[in-house]
Design a protein around this ligand. Structure first.
Ligand code: TGC
Ligand code: FAD
Length: 388
């Protein structure tokens, strides 16, 4: 099978190290050989291909930039390149990795006790156990600071009451990292599957992210050991720092979805004959292809520099917001344009485009909506918060 070639109009390949290219190519082959052949079927059945969890663990795709505890310890650029490959397969596959690594392993690694790290990180890194991240509530999405879920200290335990909504992998997770209000502010708690008072339910009827599990979590007098509180996570800031990790992977991942759509449209346009010519020869089709390629190239440059800043340790949250917002909007626009180029065929699952369009609608909403990131950047530019 011929390896996917990507798009490199600005010589980015030459800026990558041998190791970065090797990691990208390994994940590229994994997606070509093990994700793409099954993903349409999984999507139509509404299931995440769970057997991929341990395969992704073997490839070091969970908590990849962390060191020790069985994590791969690769740099941020290599990790970003891997995320783009995963999302070229499906946003749900990339999400599985960014939730497990960025939203569960990163906060345990950064804010957890040594016991919590030893207990969870190696198993999560291998994909033997699955984690989920419960921040969003039925009444608090963009504004998590209003959350109602509460944890009350009672001797050696905390008692949790509340609900979380739209939680990736919630009902298949072995551990839920749940953010709750306490007398000392918002804190993070590790709630193990099977804890009495903790129930989860799959959300049905999704027309997006169908190859991904999304759930509702409920806590009714759910008693957990006080040792399950993340000792270093004080305030909403700890949750927002974790979101930076997942938003970073989306900034790269969305490029993969855009590339899948661009190449499907380019190949189709070269083959499809109308008015006795391949439609790729028409000026209006070429303009669409050029616009897509230009926007993808700009997004690649943005992600590359974001990665280098992250590796230098100087990246700012506003830069991650800008890249998430720009690259997801670019990918959704690219996917919609690709759909148009394919005409009626664009709505068929013979091609990956409509699946990416539907997924990207969610990617534009989750991890901070397009509007929330606009306001974060607006605040940075003006010094005025539009939230208060
Ligand atoms: P605000 O007063 O602005 O901030 C509270 C404290 O946190 C600090 N901070 C950050 N720190 C690190 N990284 C960031 N991105 C940060 N944003 C804020 C801030 O400096 C402050 O620190 P301190 O020391 O002064 O206390 O907080 P706010 O309540 O006004 O909220 C601001 C807002 C709206 C930007 C925030 O709430 C927000 O980002 N909302 C969006 C919610 C969101 O993104 N939810 C995502 C849920 S998880 C998910 O969607 C997973 S999808 C699956 C996948 O990822 O694949
Ligand atoms: P709302 O916050 O109700 O927003 C509705 C609309 O109002 C949006 O267009 C928004 O941009 C706009 N809006 C809100 N406030 C403002 C404002 N101040 N100014 C202008 N416009 C505004 N959450 C988790 O915690 N963990 C997960 O694992 C997780 N996985 C997810 C997986 C999927 C597939 C999806 C779709 C969501 C997931 N989420 C998860 C939830 C996601 O983070 C939220 O959907 C997102 O934060 C937005 O919240 P909301 O849907 O409640 O929308």
């Amino acid at each position: 099978m011929k390896r996917f070639e990507g798009l490199d109009l600005f010589g980015l390949e030459a800026l990558l190290t041998t190791e970065e290219r090797m990691i990208r190519d390994t994940v590229r082959d994994f997606v070509d050989q093990e994700v793409l052949p099954i993903i349409e079927q999984q999507y139509s059945e509404g299931r995440f291909p769970m057997h991929l969890a341990s395969r992704m663990g073997d490839l070091g795709l969970f908590g990849s930039t962390l060191s020790g505890y069985g994590c791969a310890g690769i740099n941020a650029v290599a990790y970003g390149l891997a995320m783009a490959e995963l999302e070229r397969g499906d946003s749900g596959v990339r999400s599985f990795s960014s939730v497990q690594g960025g939203l569960v392993m990163y906060p345990i690694y950064t804010f957890g006790s040594e016991e919590q790290k030893d207990r969870w990180l190696p198993a999560l890194a291998r994909g033997k156990e699955v984690g989920c991240f419960g921040l969003t509530e039925p009444d608090f999405g963009s504004n998590p600071s209003g959350m109602r879920t509460r944890a009350v200290r009672d001797g050696d335990s905390y008692v949790l009451n509340g609900a979380k909504m739209w939680i990736t992998n919630g009902h298949v997770a072995d551990v839920a990292l749940v953010w709750a209000r306490t007398d000392e502010g918002i804190q993070g708690f590790l709630v193990e599957k099977g804890t009495p008072g903790f129930t989860s339910r799959e959300i049905q009827g999704k027309l997006s992210f169908r190859a991904s599990f999304t759930s509702e979590l409920s806590f009714e007098d759910c008693r957990i050991p006080a040792a399950n509180r993340l000792p270093g996570a004080r305030g909403l800031k700890a949750a927002l720092m974790s979101l930076n990790q997942a938003r970073y992977s989306i900034a790269w991942g969305s490029i993969g979805a855009a590339l899948a759509c661009f190449h499907a449209a380019l190949d189709y346009a070269k083959e499809r004959i109308q008015f006795d010519r391949p439609i790729a020869g028409f000026q209006l089709i070429q303009e669409k292809l050029v616009r897509m390629a230009s926007e993808i190239t700009k997004a690649q440059l943005l992600a590359y520099q974001l990665g280098r800043l992250k590796d230098q340790g100087t990246v700012q949250a506003v830069q991650i917001s800008l890249a998430k917002r720009n690259n997801v909007a670019m990918a959704l626009e690219t996917a919609r344009t690709a759909r148009e180029i394919l005409g009626a065929s664009g709505i068929s699952n013979e091609y990956p485009i409509m699946r990416h369009v539907c997924n990207l609608e969610s990617v534009k909403t989750y991890e901070g909506t397009d509007q929330i990131h606009t306001l974060i950047i607006g605040q940075h530019l003006t010094g005025l918060s539009a939230f208060q």
